[in-house]
Design a protein around this ligand. Structure first.
Ligand code: HEC
Length: 165
């Protein structure tokens, strides 16, 4: 087999696999959001923190994902859709109000941890979404809010415990 034939056959095979991949579809969803359950409504969040969460986290951690065009083209779509599904599973800012206080406190601590060690927002996401990059100030703002909020939760919990005695 000469080179030209080999190249042509390879390109044909790649094209065929790409076309076939389009039939394997994951479902992109944006479930309806109940505003009362959003983090902005159910927990005190300053406008600065809200802006950071919306800008850098909401695409994977809320029910209001701005789906990019490549989320419709396999195999990129498989990666994007599963990141969003797993992201929502781990932390959903649209359903924050439905978490118990213990879960909220745990997630607040994790949020600060994940952004401080550069794990969140996912580095692969930042390659394309440059505007979502966290500055040093953003990290400090989010971390001090997270710490204050989890202290609030702890003091509510201890007041409630005292009330019961
Ligand atoms: C491109 C999608 C994407 C973006 C953007 C993103 N995350 Fe995530 N996040 C994920 C995925 C996927 C997971 C679950 C898998 C994992 O833990 O790596 C996750 C997990 C988490 C967890 C739970 C970690 C654990 O161990 O339980 C926290 C907390 C978190 N992200 C915070 C954030 C914050 C805060 C931002 C914004 C500053 C952010 N993420 C932006 C995709 C994303």
């Amino acid at each position: 087999m000469n080179m030209t034939v080999l190249v042509k056959r390879s390109l044909f095979a790649i094209g065929f696999l790409f076309a076939a991949a389009q039939f394997v579809r994951l479902t992109k969803t944006n479930p309806p959001e109940n505003v009362a359950h959003t983090i902005q409504v159910s927990t005190p969040v300053g406008s600065e923190v809200s802006r950071i969460l919306e800008r850098s986290c909401a695409d994977c951690h809320s029910d209001r994902t701005a789906w990019p065009w490549y989320s419709s083209v396999a195999p990129a779509s498989w990666l994007v859709i599963s990141d969003v599904n797993e992201g929502r599973e781990a932390l959903n800012l649209s359903r924050w109000g439905l978490y118990g206080d213990g879960q909220k406190a745990k997630l607040l601590t994790k949020m600060c941890e994940e952004i401080s060690n550069g794990k969140m927002p996912m580095p692969t996401y930042l390659v394309i979404h440059r505007h979502a990059q966290m500055s040093y100030t953003d990290i400090q703002t989010l971390c001090s809010w997270a710490q204050a909020s989890s202290q609030d939760l702890a003091s509510i919990a201890s007041t409630e415990a005292k009330g019961k005695n």
